[in-house]
Design a protein. Structure first.
Length: 265
């Protein structure tokens, strides 16, 4: 039987808290190295996964595999729970992103009970709470698998444009630190920059360069917030040709310089 070795990496948090350090932390395009589950219980907004934007509302469940680019709106009326599974959890989880609209009241209640129980065991110090945590996390994986199978016939199929944008975001996630431009990404995908941008606008309402800029500037903000690297080194690590060019791009897209942003956080 698979075991969840790095239980300490498991984290559960309220969705609004994800934006506690700034809404850019959840709204900008980014990817993480562990599976993530989102359960929205109140509010609505838009979520972009692998370059495709859809609306979400209460009782929507979203699963995002590691390495998949995503971002979502978190307005003041949005509530719910985020589960970060940690790396190498050993669980059987979907290999592709899932956006599930859970209409059955029983299924809504079931996931609420699992999440409440999981949180309670994680915060407990009673005997066997670690083992109970593993089992509840496994139940969450089972619930997700069953809901995905149930919803499969109703899930919209990705058209050619969205499939191309998914490939673009995957390639971007791999190479965005190298200073690769939209033209080079388009060439690698076997299309023209114009066609790639047209498909991006269909899939998420933004151009190909806007998606790329969003990803790079998120990483810049993260590094400014979480490291002590000099601004020049951050720009270099993200493929900008010079510190001055990095500063101009950052200021143009965020309204303040990298140094000012770092001072404000």
């Amino acid at each position: 039987m698979n075991d969840i070795r790095p239980v300490s990496q498991l984290r559960i948090t309220a969705i609004p808290r994800l934006a506690a350090g700034g809404r850019w932390r959840v709204e900008a395009m980014r990817a993480i190295s562990e599976p993530m589950f989102l359960w929205f219980t109140k509010g609505q907004g838009r979520i972009t996964i692998a370059g495709t934007t859809r609306g979400y509302t209460a009782h929507n469940a979203v699963f995002i595999p590691p390495g998949v680019m995503h971002g979502f709106e978190v307005g003041p009326q949005v509530f719910g729970t985020a589960v970060f599974f940690g790396r190498d959890s050993g669980l059987t989880l979907p290999e592709t992103p899932q956006h599930l609209r859970i209409r059955e009241v029983h299924a809504q209640q079931e996931v609420n009970v699992i999440l409440d129980s999981l949180q309670r065991e994680m915060e407990s110090d009673i005997p066997a709470h670690d083992r109970a945590t593993r089992h509840y996390l496994g139940l969450l994986g089972v619930w997700l698998e069953r809901q995905a199978v149930r919803a499969a016939p109703e899930q919209p199929k990705l058209d050619a444009a969205r499939r191309l944008v998914a490939r673009y975001t995957a390639l971007m996630e791999r190479d965005f630190r190298q200073g690769t431009g939209v033209g080079e990404f388009a060439a690698a995908l076997g299309v023209t920059p114009t066609h790639l941008t047209r498909c991006c606008r269909v899939a998420c309402g933004r151009s190909a360069i806007e998606v790329l800029q969003d990803r790079r500037i998120f990483e810049a903000r993260r590094m400014l917030a979480e490291t002590k690297l000099p601004v020049s080194k951050i720009g270099e690590a993200l493929g900008f040709s010079s510190p001055a060019y990095f500063t101009r791009c950052f200021q143009h897209l965020t309204g303040r310089s990298p140094s000012a942003f770092r001072q404000e956080i």
